[in-house]
Design a protein around this ligand. Structure first.
Ligand code: SF4
Length: 298
């Protein structure tokens, strides 16, 4: 494989000199490599699934804004060669909403972690879903705060161990997909790093969906979650995903008792509802029309 020797700018791949093909490297800021994720971390797999889905759609990088918050997964905005915003903790969806309202033609995508989206950013998540704004959010869910050394998050399973739950968590975790669906999101899906081909398809569908789309992507953090919860290493964690995930279609044929400790993956919900930026444009046009007619109420 040819080696890139320089930072390339968008539109260049760095591979022309070698006659090779860029593949997904054309979407990466290669000058930012090597990445900072731990060996065995699932975040790179999920980033790859996102890039494959994006590549299939043939969308323009220059028409796409990727927004992240703070955390291990939010480092993606440093690695991806799009217009990116690496924002403050929990606020990725607030920034993304501003971008989308300012220019609804842009593809706006949020890539962020479970701590970021479900804890400090939880309100932004439910209100983005409620508004059905046309933003795709991919939650890298590793069940823990990795970057700050392993505190439990709102999705850490009851009984799981973290630096802040040394005797096991007594909290009941959020089901993020149920949360987003109940809040008004119109596309909801779940996949895992193990089932990466399926995850790629789910992300592609989410990107194409008009309205608020949410994909929970189960990731593995061997460094903090795995080590503290007897899952030992990345391979064991991926095998756990393999053994515990059940496709939602297969689940309809299973005994509820057999589903007790299982996680449903696949497309969980899809519906149609008015999209927020279109509704906003409609109201704005009504106000303009009234102003033209001199009928604007002060
Ligand atoms: Fe991944 Fe965990 Fe390492 Fe963060 S701490 S990079 S989530 S393995």
């Amino acid at each position: 494989m040819p080696t890139l020797t320089r930072q390339v700018s968008r539109g260049e791949t760095g591979w022309e000199e070698t006659g090779g093909k860029p593949g997904l490297l054309g979407y990466l800021r290669t000058g930012m490599m090597p990445h900072l994720w731990c060996p065995g971390c699932g975040h790179g797999i999920i980033m790859g699934a996102f890039l494959r889905a994006f590549d299939r759609l043939g969308w323009d990088q220059d028409e796409t804004i990727i927004v992240s918050g703070i955390g291990c997964s939010s480092r993606v905005t440093g690695y991806l060669d799009f217009d990116t915003l690496h924002t403050t903790h929990g606020r990725a969806l607030a920034f993304a909403t501003g971008v989308k309202l300012a220019n609804p033609k842009l593809n706006v995508i949020v890539l962020a972690g479970d701590g970021d989206l479900a804890a400090i950013g939880g309100n932004h998540l439910i209100h983005a879903a409620r508004r059905n704004i046309n933003i795709t959010t991919i939650c890298f869910n590793n069940n823990i705060y990795g970057m700050t050394s392993g505190q439990f998050s709102p999705v850490s399973p009851t009984g799981s161990w973290a630096t802040t739950t040394p005797y096991g968590s007594i909290d009941r975790p959020f089901d993020l997909c149920e949360l987003v669906r109940a809040a008004g999101g119109t596309y909801v899906a779940r996949g895992t790093a193990y089932h990466v081909r399926s995850l790629t398809g789910l992300i592609e569908k989410a990107l194409k969906h008009k309205g608020f789309s949410f994909v929970e992507a189960l990731s593995q953090c061997p460094t903090y979650f795995g080590r503290r919860n007897q899952l030992h290493n990345a391979v064991d964690m991926l095998l756990w995903q393999k053994e515990h995930a059940v496709n939602v279609r297969a689940a309809t044929r299973m005994d509820p008792e057999d589903l007790r400790d299982k996680i449903l993956i696949g497309e969980l919900y899809r519906s149609e509802a008015p999209e927020y930026t279109e509704e906003y444009a409609r109201i704005r046009e009504q106000v303009r029309q009234k102003a033209r007619e001199g009928d604007l109420v002060q």
